[in-house]
Design a protein around this ligand. Structure first.
Ligand SMILES: *Cc1c(COP(=O)(O)O)cnc(C)c1O
Length: 400
């Protein structure tokens, strides 16, 4: 049987079975038409079954679907890497591919650690944020701060000794660098928007200060833009505003077509490995890194993003949310927040959201609220009618 994610298998309600998907619509086996308000975990930015993306995969398939990058290379991965080199800011040029966001985070952390080892430093503390989510593999869980994973680290998190978590507040940041600055390998953040930790949004000034302190204390700054990348915050990448040393991209990298991710290092990091000493090489190599189908579709996805004014589409989505939710309030709502293509209603009591998923389904929307959060991260190709349908469902839930 299928063991489903994040579910108590004994009590879970049966998942919705999808037969077809096109644009922002999911078509179920039993004839329902649902607007996908979460873009399949925030990845399907161009919608489903996009002809240009389908074609990219079909063309590559005529040659091969996969060859390993160990000792071999191919056009699709070379083109994607060249594109990222040109497209990403400054000297974020060195692309290490992997098959998922979690693995790409592991690679980033390993890079930061070995960068320091290679230069003879014994720094061993990682700075991270409270409420952080960086994936489900072990080191990613450790730098994360999610109650659901505390089982792995004991009651008091005593096994997380190498990680310090701080809130997104400048005094806490300054304090952490004062206390640990000389011992830090890196500071890893989801910039501006913490997704799975509750769609928490914070100010760019925090990141500017972080950059300043990382420079002062010679600490690598890692942006995990697996969720925020490709426009989700209303910026192409937050890295366009504040420059990290290592950037992690995933989710929307392939337009949600195939699992793939990339850890992009700047020249300083790359040079820390580049030497005549074989022991200074990065010893990592996921079997499916640089998969040709994934790279072909990722390249086309970026071209669509560039050529079809996606930043304009995202701005429009944000404007519609803001004007529609302006003046909307309810005593059960704690906070309404919006940033780019992410919109979140936080309730005071999570019981308020019991039954919302079913209510949304009955009104033609697929939603997946969690904890105290009702949220949407729509595909950017959504039209106004479809967007209004999602917003109406959210409002109607409180007007019943
Ligand atoms: C989803 C996510 C990950 C993990 O990506 P997977 O592809 O699920 O392994 C890592 N970091 C952030 C910020 C994410 O949102």
């Amino acid at each position: 049987m299928i063991w489903y994610p994040y579910e108590q298998m004994k009590t879970m309600s049966p998942p919705i079975k999808v037969k077809d998907a096109r644009g922002v619509h999911l078509y179920t086996d039993d004839g329902h038409d649902l607007i996908d308000s979460v873009s399949s975990w925030w990845s399907v930015i161009h919608g489903y079954n996009h002809p240009v993306l389908n074609n990219a995969i079909e063309e590559q398939l005529k040659h091969f679907s996969h060859i390993m990058l160990g000792g071999l290379t191919h056009n699709a991965v070379e083109k994607l890497s060249a594109k990222l080199e040109e497209w990403l800011p400054a000297d974020l040029d060195y692309c290490f591919f992997s098959d998922s966001g979690s693995v790409a985070v592991e690679v980033a952390l390993k890079m930061a650690l070995q960068f320091n080892t290679n230069r003879g430093s014994d720094r061993n503390v990682i700075l991270a944020l409270e409420h952080a989510y960086h994936g489900d593999t072990f080191k990613a869980m450790e730098v994360g701060d999610d109650e659901d994973y505390h089982f792995a680290f004991g009651k008091d998190n005593e096994k997380k000794s190498g990680v310090v978590h701080i809130p997104t507040e400048i005094p806490a940041l300054e304090n952490a660098f004062e206390n640990y600055g000389e011992r830090l390998t890196c500071f890893i953040v989801e910039p501006l928007l913490q997704g799975a930790g509750g769609m928490r949004m914070y100010d760019i000034s925090f990141l500017k200060k972080a950059r300043e302190l990382c420079d002062k204390y010679d600490v690598l700054l890692i942006f995990d833009e697996v969720a925020t990348g490709f426009g989700r915050t209303g910026n192409r990448f937050v890295a366009d505003l504040v420059l990290p040393d290592i950037l992690v991209l995933g989710k929307a990298l392939t337009g949600g077509y195939l699992g793939h991710a990339v850890t992009v290092a700047n020249k300083k990091v790359f040079d820390g490995f580049y030497s005549d000493n074989p022991a200074h090489a990065l010893m990592h190599g996921p079997t499916f890194m640089g998969n040709a189908l994934a790279c072909s579709v990722a390249l086309k996805s970026i071209e669509l993003f560039e050529n079809e004014d996606y930043m304009g589409k995202i701005k429009h989505i944000e404007d519609v949310f803001k004007s529609e939710m302006n003046n909307f309030s309810d005593e059960r709502i704690k906070d309404v927040r919006c940033m780019g293509g992410c919109f979140c209603v936080e309730v005071r009591d999570r019981k308020t959201l019991d039954g919302f998923k079913k209510f949304a389904f009955d009104n033609g929307v697929f939603a997946r609220p969690f904890l105290d959060y009702m949220y949407t991260m729509v595909p950017y190709v959504i039209n106004d009618d479809e967007l209004m349908q999602i917003i109406c469902v959210m409002k109607k839930w409180f007007e019943r």
